[in-house]
Write a protein that binds this ligand. Structure first.
Ligand SMILES: [Zn+2]
Length: 281
């Protein structure tokens, strides 16, 4: 073949590179974080993809949506991601699921995609679909890597806080849910009817423009977290080493921290992941 992957085969080995080529990655979300993920893993050689995304690019996305330019306003984000993959792999095998996780039509397609997945990666803005992804992936026995970034702007003279984290859930020793990473207050807020949510936000003094899927966002902060996640994904795919369970990027301190906490052991999702691993062993 050509020398396309020569420089990284020196790290991953020919066998590792073959594993990347054979991998099927299911990616939930091709927005601020997901667009970095699809670009980086496609460059690394991933060519079997299932992309899941419902949203369309608008002009407020153009500060960070990798692969998008002014002409893409109004274009489905999933098509922008597809274009990036096809530019690198014209023969890529791509399944596009246009919709969210909660919709029954899409869910059947997602379950089918997970049944032939090597790895699932979640780049959500909200907690509800994260929990849904944990449910679906643990049931399917598919490793699940979740990314999140957050910016809390300066308020009342306090310094702003910004960064993000990656969580790898798959070995039955702790997952996104039992490690307490899902914010129960935020989860409850998202599940409220719109009117009740607005009332609660008012009571708590929350600005709806600063929470959930319309909060502040910066391309480099997304890029750091996505690169941490993609590196762990490649460690997993190539089997170079075990991926880190939990990495936290504290942007305000310029620090990345590895969290070694394990789960409580009585988690249903972790049980399902353990069961599917022992089945395969
Ligand atoms: Zn768990």
């Amino acid at each position: 073949m050509n020398n396309r992957y020569d420089r990284q085969v020196r790290l991953f080995g020919a066998e590792g590179q073959a594993r990347i080529r054979a991998a099927h990655v299911v990616l939930f979300g091709t927005g601020g974080n997901g667009s970095h993920v699809v670009q980086q893993l496609a460059y690394a050689g991933v060519r079997h993809w299932t992309l899941v995304e419902f949203d369309t690019a608008d002009d407020t996305n153009l500060n960070r949506l990798v692969g998008a330019g002014p002409d893409d306003v109004g274009t489905a984000k999933i098509d922008i991601a597809k274009r990036m993959v096809l530019a690198l792999h014209p023969d890529a095998d791509m399944t596009l699921i246009r919709g969210g996780l909660g919709e029954p039509d899409q869910q059947d397609q997602i379950v089918e995609a997970l049944s032939r997945a090597t790895l699932a990666i979640g780049c959500f803005d909200l907690e509800v679909p994260r929990v849904e992804a944990v449910k679906l992936c643990s049931r399917a026995g598919v490793s699940y890597l979740d990314l999140a970034t957050e910016i809390v702007p300066s308020d009342d003279g306090a310094d702003p806080v910004y960064g993000g984290r990656t969580v790898f859930s798959h070995d039955g020793k702790g997952c996104l849910v039992c490690l307490g990473i899902i914010d129960p207050a935020e989860l409850a807020r998202e599940q409220m009817p719109a009117e009740q949510r607005a009332e609660r936000d008012r009571l708590y003094g929350l600005n709806p423009d600063e929470v959930g899927d319309s909060g502040p966002s910066v391309v480099t902060i997304n890029g750091v977290v996505a690169s941490l996640a993609c590196t762990e994904a490649l460690m997993f795919l190539t089997e170079l080493r075990e991926p880190a369970r939990q990495l936290t990027y504290l942007g305000q301190n310029s620090v990345v921290r590895k969290n070694l906490t394990v789960g409580p052991g009585d988690c249903l999702y972790c049980y399902q992941w353990r069961a599917s691993r022992s089945e395969r062993a």
